[in-house]
Design a protein around this ligand. Structure first.
Ligand code: GLC
Length: 557
């Protein structure tokens, strides 16, 4: 990574070190009081986002949807859910964000549509063997009555991966049955997505977050393997479902389209992949351009883990000619202020039955008891220390709405209020992802803590009052004011500092690195550590004379 790649020298490379704030639209701000956050709500908070100091927002899906999977089941890729707004509201929101210097990234979901999508309804109506069915993955059922699924595969959310349609055929769904997978061998499907990308790019969208980016290309040639056999095939070119080589052609077409815009449209792929060489492939300038690095979502707050993840992902990004992403939370995982305050489970051995517990392997919250064992103060200290460490690294930083408030996971949502299909498809074991999707608190009172004039679409706990934006705004020591100061300092330092990172030797349980005139020291341990020499520019916790307390980060500049 060179200095010229930095966004301060090249405005087209804005995304390379951007702070991207993920908005989960249904949970952010509700202007019309229908309990669902909306685009007018987002537009009304532009001053908040500008003062926070983010470079871009990424909007999770706001398209028409039955909400079988939080909006990732899309009925129409080129419209806005009427409960969330209109295309005119979208244009107004984009104009307001752009006027404040904030870029707009939208979620593109290319692996599947919803089962209410016009093309899926047409496929059902047209029947077996029709060109309409060719756009999805339909196969004949097995057995004399063709009522047995083509394979015994399970879908990602639990339960069978094939759904019968009543005429001897089944369709394949990697996620919920309401999310039929597209057939990306079909030219019409490819053209339809190019049309969708162009539609949003023409409306002024600056970039795209690509959902399940490693699964579009699939091989369903017969005979299909059984699930036991499938599990043995390494993820990569020979796997029927994940990370196949044909993806290169799909993204080359997308890239060519993105490059017809000035500046070229940006894309970041959601790719969960262990194979690092293959991960880099999505991040080149022939492909999407950037790929998510999710390793910190599975890591504990430990110096060794952080250091190896940082070194590995800086190297991957450099090989791809891209930059990496630093992510501690998103709409699919337990909020990190909670993860860092919970006892770790042994990988593979969830610790059910003694209060909410984060399962490191599955990244989701399990619950089995009523008594939370979360150490909230420690969780918040570690969350800020980790964030300050990551903010200083080369690459871009993805924040998830509410983390700037130090918001924790809501663990105790009643079963009858839950919405996530994961909860319903793994009953009693995995509580799913609703706990990080609870509407944000803006004020300490009101029917939904200022989220909107009416109620919220998921129950908000009483403790949300302490985390409300207006409360934190008035408290200089709040996480919100800390994020504002830190993001402002980051912006100044990045403008003045070459991107390269050099590690400096430091005591056990600590990490210390330099970027030009900027040094960062994080104490991951519990015991205080000696403060390195230098002028302190930012801390996440008060220093004790010459000591950095446990779970704290200091910037020196
Ligand atoms: C991605 C999304 C997740 C969704 C899934 C299916 O992983 O982040 O929220 O459930 O894709 O679309």
């Amino acid at each position: 990574m060179t200095e010229t790649a930095n966004s301060t020298r090249n405005p087209a490379a804005w995304w390379r070190d951007a702070v991207v704030y993920q908005i989960y639209p249904r949970a952010f701000a509700d202007a019309d009081g229908n309990a669902i956050g909306d685009l007018k709500g987002i537009a009304s908070r532009v001053p908040y986002l500008a003062r926070l100091g983010v470079d871009a927002v990424w909007l999770s899906p706001f398209y028409p949807s039955a909400l079988a999977d939080g909006g990732y089941d899309i009925d129409d890729f080129r419209d806005v859910d009427p409960r969330i707004g209109t295309l005119a509201d979208f244009d107004e929101m984009v104009a307001a964000l752009h006027a404040a210097g904030i870029k707009v990234v939208v979620d593109i979901v290319p692996n599947h549509s919803s089962n209410r999508h016009a093309w899926f309804q047409a496929a059902l109506a047209a029947g077996p063997g029709s060109p309409e069915r060719e756009r999805y993955i339909f196969r004949d059922g097995l057995g004399p009555d063709r009522d047995q699924p083509p394979t015994d595969w399970t879908c990602s959310f639990g339960g069978p991966a094939w759904e019968p349609v009543g005429d001897g055929q089944f369709y394949y769904h990697m996620f919920a049955p309401e999310q039929p997978d597209w057939n990306w061998d079909n030219r019409e499907v490819r053209d339809e997505y190019l049309k969708t990308l162009r539609f949003w790019a023409d409306r002024g969208v600056d970039g795209f977050r690509v959902d399940v980016a490693n699964s579009l290309a699939k091989d369903f040639s017969e005979p299909l393997p059984g699930s036991a056999e499938l599990a043995k095939i390494p993820v990569g070119p020979d796997h029927p479902l994940y990370d196949r080589d044909e993806l290169d052609d799909i993204y080359a077409e997308w890239r060519a389209l993105f490059n017809t815009y000035d500046p070229p449209r940006f894309a970041v792929g959601e790719v969960w992949l262990e194979n690092r060489e293959r991960l880099a492939r999505y991040a080149t300038d022939k492909s999407l351009g950037q790929v998510f690095n999710f390793d910190l979502l599975r890591a504990d707050f430990r110096a060794g883990e952080f250091r190896s993840i940082v070194s590995e992902h800086l190297a991957i990004a450099e090989r791809a000619g891209s930059t990496t992403t630093w992510v501690l939370s998103n709409h699919d995982v337990v909020r990190h202020a909670t993860r860092y305050g919970l006892p770790l489970t042994v990988p593979g051995m969830p610790f059910v039955g003694q209060g909410p517990t984060w399962d490191r392997d599955r990244q989701w919250l399990l619950t089995g008891g009523a008594n939370p064992v979360e150490d909230t103060a420690l969780g918040l200290r570690r969350a800020l220390a980790a964030t300050a460490f990551l903010m200083a690294l080369p690459g871009s930083l993805y924040l998830y709405n509410g983390e700037e408030l130090g918001l924790r996971e809501v663990a105790d949502i009643p079963d009858d209020a839950r919405q996530d299909p994961i909860f319903f498809r793994s009953p009693g074991f995995d509580v799913g992802r609703d706990g990080c999707r609870v509407p944000l608190p803006w004020t300490p009172d009101g029917p939904s803590f200022g989220f909107g004039p009416g109620r919220a679409n998921l129950p908000q706990p009483d403790w949300f009052a302490d985390y409300a934006v207006s409360v934190e705004d008035a408290d200089d020591a709040s996480p919100l004011n800390w994020y504002r100061r830190a993001l402002a300092a980051r912006r100044r330092l990045i403008a003045a500092t070459p991107a390269k990172l050099e590690w400096i030797d430091s005591p056990a349980d600590t990490l210390h690195f330099r970027r030009g005139g900027w040094r960062v020291f994080t104490n991951f341990g519990d015991a205080p550590a000696p403060l390195p020499a230098g002028r302190v520019a930012l801390t996440t916790a008060p220093l004790d004379g010459g000591l950095v307390p446990g779970a704290a980060t200091v910037w020196m500049a």
